[in-house]
Design a protein around this ligand. Structure first.
Ligand code: 5GP
Length: 182
């Protein structure tokens, strides 16, 4: 099989640090959502690994939905103009929704997602994000459950990509040749 050379990635958050944090988040969510009708909304593609691990750390009855959005494409410009690429399969009216996001950067994508979901009449909408870059915030968004706060670096791995690559890395790392910002 031909190997394609990838730009090097420097590890930032190890596999075991991710697993430890996911376990703690799962315990918190399990406590907070006991006796409620939990609907997980995993935002694709970036949150797929985080969501897969997190739901296994929450011992509660739940429904799992996927919401596909495209914000960056191959470039890295967050315009806030988000395209829905995959919609929920069922209504969320009256449900306690927990949105699972990979990373909150400017906050524009999450703001758009929350507007879309709130318009569908859920009982509550909370957010669980793996990563947050507070230094880049444009729209303030409240994150109810947060994995890690990071500096303004471009990260890949554990679901996060650069031009669709690196999603399968089991850890979060910094791309050594970061994509240029506008
Ligand atoms: P925002 O709208 O908050 O600026 O951007 C959120 C989205 O941008 C994330 O869901 C993710 O797809 C992408 N993004 C932001 N920062 C990074 C990063 O450091 N690495 C990767 N791979 N994607 C990022």
């Amino acid at each position: 099989m031909t190997q394609i050379a990838e730009p090097p990635v420097t590890p930032l958050i190890s596999e075991s640090a991710l697993a430890d944090r996911v376990r703690v988040l799962g315990e918190q969510i399990q406590k907070d959502y006991a006796n409620r009708e939990l609907v997980i909304v995993s935002v694709l593609k970036g949150s797929f690994l985080f969501a897969a691990d997190l739901v296994r750390a929450i011992d509660l009855p739940m429904r799992i939905e996927f919401f596909g959005v495209r914000s960056y494409g191959a470039a890295t410009v967050s315009s806030g103009e988000v395209q829905i690429t995959l919609d929920l399969t069922r209504p969320i009216t009256g449900a306690d929704v927990l949105v699972i996001e990979d990373i909150v950067d400017t906050g524009l994508t999450l703001t758009y997602i929350l507007e879309q979901l709130r318009a569908r009449g859920p009982r509550s909408v909370n957010v669980c994000a793996l990563l947050h870059k507070p230094s880049r915030a444009v729209k303030p968004v409240s994150i109810d459950y947060l994995g890690f706060t990071i500096e303004d670096v471009f990260v890949v791995g554990y679901g996060l990509d650069y031009a669709e690559r690196h999603r399968n890395l089991p850890y979060v790392g910094v791309l050594d040749q970061p994509p240029k910002k506008p």
